[in-house]
Design a protein around this ligand. Structure first.
Ligand SMILES: [Zn+2]
Length: 406
């Protein structure tokens, strides 16, 4: 074995989940040099002078990735009211949310829409070391039709030239990818069962973004929006629900098959409904409760059908929106198991699959050369998903994150 340097550490847990295979490795250490993973090593091969740190009773996984958050949203049910606050207020709150996610073992978040420059300000403060939080992959303002869902975030665009200019504007601000809102949603005056952009404008967005080497992911709550998004050649779909007028849900099999055939990833974000139901509790407004129970059922049915069709699902929570907390990725992972992913596949959906969907080859797996974003959970998160709520060590680029005493 090579000589060790002062920058080397070998972390020895009970188990290692690399996220590049389904099995757990035992008797294996993760060798980190500085901010990178050097190698996986068998315990039996380690020399006596190896710089070993033992983490008994734990499983090391790659740092988790939440593929859908809104850092500048509060996650306390006041999303719409929050849009009345100044950008500075939203950015300050967002920095705290990025830290909450990091302490939960979520070392990367993909921000799927923020107002104005807030997400770029949060990212800048973290880059400068003035704030601490997850690495941020950012869209900036989501592109939406005039007065479409999410318009208060500042991304209203219209017309072929207008939508192309919208892509370039987000790019100029520092966006890594483009988020498009292609149906209504929770914004008053918009309807989730109505598609938003005409196909020609969607195509122009995708073409402009791809020309700039940016991926495009599209908010779709209804079948028509899904079909237009596929026709436009987008890379990923957020939510992927099959709503019809009047909150009815009818899963469209051929559309699910078409999404699979196109190789488009889907982020089902089912925890939006489950966390809202949790919040409503048994004493909540019965009509509202019934509505969200039906919604959750329909979302689960849709995600199950997508999985059966062979669609690659990734874990994203929509944290910040409605009642979704920034540390609640484990709930979405559990919901992914409910719709048929194996325990290992559900963890890959929150690590390696998510990284693949975003085009990140630096994170999401434990392999030589990748960034040493690692989490040690107490227990075995494949055998027992509640272990995902017990991160005991978090490394970000090889550096230990101070965790709150739980
Ligand atoms: Zn969202």
């Amino acid at each position: 074995m090579a000589d060790f340097t002062a920058q080397d550490r070998i972390y020895l847990p009970d188990r290692v989940f690399t996220a590049l295979e389904d099995r757990m490795r035992e008797g294996t250490g993760v060798w980190v040099r500085g901010e990178r993973i050097q190698a996986l090593v068998a315990v039996g091969d380690l020399p006596l002078d190896a710089p070993v740190e033992r983490w008994p009773g734990t499983t090391i996984t790659p740092g988790l990735i939440d593929a859908h958050v809104h850092l500048d949203n509060p996650g306390d049910g006041s999303t719409l009211a929050a849009m009345e606050e100044a950008d500075e207020v939203l950015a300050a709150a967002g920095a705290r949310h990025a830290r909450t996610a990091l302490e939960a073992g979520i070392t990367t978040v993909r921000d799927c829409g923020s107002r104005g420059d807030t997400v770029f300000s949060i990212r800048r403060a973290i880059d400068l070391g003035w704030a601490s939080g997850s690495a941020i992959v950012a869209a900036g303002s989501p592109l939406t039709v005039p007065r479409g869902h999410g318009w208060p975030m500042g991304g209203e665009v219209a017309g072929l030239e207008g939508v192309r200019a919208g892509v370039r504007a987000q790019r100029a601000k520092g966006a890594d990818f483009i988020k498009v809102i292609n149906s209504g949603g929770g914004t008053p005056g918009t309807y989730a069962w109505q598609a938003a952009f005409p196909i020609e404008e969607l195509r122009a967005i995708v073409e402009e973004a791809h020309g700039l080497n940016m991926r495009v992911t599209v908010h779709c709550l209804c079948t028509e929006a899904l079909q237009r998004t596929l026709a436009a050649g987008a890379d990923q779909i957020e939510h992927g629900h099959f709503l019809l007028e009047g909150d009815r849900i009818e899963v469209d099999g051929p559309t699910a098959d078409a999404i699979a055939a196109a190789g488009v990833f889907v982020t089902p974000t089912m925890v939006v409904a489950s966390s809202l139901l949790e919040r409503l509790g048994d004493d909540g407004d019965p009509a509202e409760r019934d509505r969200w129970l039906r919604m959750l059922d329909g979302w689960l049915a849709g995600a199950r059908r997508l999985r059966e069709a062979g669609v690659r699902l990734v874990a994203g929570t929509d944290a910040g929106w409605r009642w979704v907390r920034f540390d609640d990725l484990p709930s979405e992972i559990s919901l992914l198991r409910q719709v048929g992913l194996s325990a290992a596949a559900s963890l890959r959906a929150a690590t390696s699959e998510s990284a693949t969907a975003m085009g990140l080859d630096d994170v999401g797996a434990i392999a030589p050369g990748r960034r040493a974003d690692l989490v040690a959970f107490a227990g075995d998160p494949v055998a027992d998903p509640t272990a995902l709520r017990r991160p005991v060590r978090v490394l970000q680029g090889g550096r230990a994150v101070a965790l709150p005493v739980r």
